[in-house]
Ligand binder design. Structure first.
Ligand SMILES: Nc1ncnc2c1ncn2[C@@H]1O[C@H](COP(=O)(O)OP(=O)(O)OP(=O)(O)O)[C@@H](O)[C@H]1O
Length: 406
């Protein structure tokens, strides 16, 4: 049984657990409100580990990781030009918690920050304990500088897209596509029976919706203010498809252009028979512009100055093997990757129970694997401890961020 003591306060484990679990009820309050709640200095002790929290707002004095890891946060936070951080890895390892805590930390360090989820199974709302659904930018209350969150729901968007094409006889499709930054595709596909196409969507359409939002970051005024953009990406497979999508679209556009040219020459032939002129702007030219946009995105993802992919993993053989493959694929795609976060490491303990002793041995073996892995060993390893409460809401994310990102 855990006990919590403080020079000023003595509280029980269950009190503290429910207190931390209830952070989200207060997430609409200003930070200063929290200091009233958090003005205590508890020391948490369990049979199998210890974690000291000695400052307000859960900033941690001594970090309960096996070794102090330096993440190079100074480098991540320096400079006011825009930087993109994409966090990805196997399902359930803590990508969202790490991405959200990094976004909070950036915002608390003066960066107007946007955190975006491209995972169809979003958990950003759960992590921030705030409703972030709806596909629009939602302000997150709490940090010192503006923090906005955006959950892109590609499946929902595709549904909306499909029903628009059915109910509006195609005209709604154009509006919707315009909204998604894909208006040019709608223009060009209009004559190719888009509704039918969506009943059997081509592979990668979900990611196309997500990536079109990324294109908007580059072009729209609305997103200009953000100097840090953190992506909470979908599990490994999706992420790799997202990264290779510009190539996929590049190839698809090539096919569409050819198809379009065939249609145009066929209709021109018919029109010339009836004496009508072809007045539409050159389709191939428009598509070529879209292709250029995609190339811009592809370059951005590979720009070592502005972009970094951070692999998140846990100390298990399965997760590390998958991370190693992810790292190899990222390197093959020339995506900059410098850091690996190893999350959920057991905090140190002087008296482990049998279960924790076994688990610790297992984790030590897995950490050793990273050190000798041909792909992962060259990365900066960031060790993040397993904490004994669920990380939900801005104060809790700030707490995690201060432990992980140093
Ligand atoms: N260091 C940690 N200590 C304790 N719990 C953690 C830690 N990191 C993450 N968790 C918990 O693990 C669960 C999964 O975390 P999270 O949602 O961040 O993972 P994910 O990789 O984004 O998952 P998914 O692949 O499903 O999107 C959550 O309940 C979260 O609170």
């Amino acid at each position: 049984m855990a006990s919590y003591t403080s020079s000023a306060t003595k509280i029980t484990a269950s009190n503290l657990m429910s207190f931390m679990g209830n952070f989200h009820h207060y997430s609409h309050l200003h930070k200063s409100h929290f200091s009233t709640f958090l003005n205590f200095k508890p020391t948490l002790r369990t049979n199998c580990g210890s974690l000291s929290i000695t400052r307000r707002n859960f900033q941690v004095k001594s970090v309960a990781t096996p070794t102090e890891s330096i993440t190079g946060f100074d480098e991540m936070v320096s400079g006011t030009s825009r930087k993109y951080y994409m966090l990805g890895g196997k399902g359930g390892v803590g990508k969202t918690s790490c991405a959200a805590s990094l976004a909070v930390k950036f915002a608390n360090n003066g960066h107007p920050t946007l955190v975006v989820s491209t995972d169809p199974a979003h958990s950003l709302s759960d992590s921030f304990a705030q409703d972030l659904t709806g596909g629009t930018l939602v302000p997150v209350e709490g940090p010192n500088s503006p923090l906005f969150a955006l959950e892109i729901n590609p499946e929902k968007s595709r549904e909306e897209f499909r029903s628009a094409s059915q109910t509006n006889g195609g005209s709604g499709v154009k509006d919707f596509m315009d909204g998604m930054g894909l208006g040019m595709i709608a223009d060009q596909l209009g004559e190719l029976k888009l509704g039918e196409l969506l009943d059997t969507p081509p592979p990668g359409l979900d990611e196309a919706v997500a990536i079109s939002k990324v294109i908007q970051f580059l072009e729209s005024q609305e997103y200009n203010m953000f100097t840090r953009i953190v992506f909470d990406t979908a599990p490994t497979g999706h992420t790799l498809r997202l990264l290779s999508l510009p190539d996929f679209l590049d190839a698809s556009i090539g096919k569409i252009v050819k198809l379009r040219q065939k249609i145009t020459s066929a209709t021109s032939a018919i029109k010339s028979v009836f004496g009508q002129e072809e007045s539409k702007p050159d389709a191939a030219e428009k598509l070529e512009k879209l292709r250029e946009r995609m190339i811009k995105v592809r370059e951005l993802f590979r720009d070592t100055k502005s972009t970094e992919f951070v692999i998140v993993t846990i100390p298990t053989v399965m997760a590390i093997n998958e991370s190693s493959r992810l790292c190899a694929s990222l390197k093959k795609e020339s995506v900059p990757v410098k850091r690996v976060v190893v999350n959920q490491i057991l905090p140190p303990s002087s008296s482990d129970c049998k279960f924790c002793a076994m688990k610790r041995k297992d984790q030590a073996r897995a950490l050793g694997m990273i050190e000798s892995d041909p792909e992962l060993s060259s990365l900066t390893m960031i060790q993040a401890p397993l904490v004994d409460v669920e990380i939900r809401g801005v104060p809790a994310l700030q707490f995690l961020g201060d432990i992980v990102w140093k």
